[in-house]
Design a binder for this molecule. Structure first.
Ligand code: RB5
Length: 151
């Protein structure tokens, strides 16, 4: 799993890294490595590109709210970044959206909540079926056929 955070997500990233290791998840930490102010799109890009290119199976991104990281990561074709604030949204983001990047808000979510969210997110399989049809339409949007197919 590729893991990245900005300064507002740094503390939560460090806190959850240990539990990822306990879950036997191999972690590639792309930074940031301190609370010094940085720009979240730089880390979103590093994680999303690794996931979209298949270098890493999953990604985890953390900024203050999670919003900026999600917006930035979802600009990378193939990235499906889901901002989750509880275990139910984490479960649904896997079951229905096959999210390959989990986004958390470091100023919104405690370390204890984050650990539960991550556990559920990693354990939930994609349901496929009608949800696959919808993912195919997202892929079409990425290829620029979205407008044509909806008319
Ligand atoms: C940084 O102050 C903050 O704007 C950032 O971490 C994130 O919340 C953006 O969406």
């Amino acid at each position: 799993m590729a893991v990245g955070a900005d300064h507002a997500g740094y503390a939560l990233k460090e806190a959850v890294k240990k539990s990822l290791q306990e879950l036997a998840v191999e972690v590639i930490d792309v930074g940031t490595f301190s609370v010094e102010s940085v720009d979240y799109p730089d880390y979103a890009a590093q994680v999303a590109l690794r996931v979209a290119r298949g270098a890493c199976e999953r990604g985890l991104l953390i900024c203050g709210t999670g919003i900026g990281m999600a917006i930035a990561a979802n600009k990378v074709p193939g990235a499906r970044a889901a901002l989750c604030y509880n275990t139910e949204t984490a479960r649904l983001s896997r079951a229905h959206n096959e999210a390959n990047i989990l986004v958390l808000g470091g100023r919104m979510t405690s370390a204890a909540e984050a650990k539960e969210i991550i556990k559920v997110w990693l354990a939930t399989p994609f349901e496929g079926g009608r949800h696959q049809t919808r993912l195919n339409k997202i892929s079409a949007l990425e290829k620029g056929f979205g407008a044509a197919s909806s008319t």
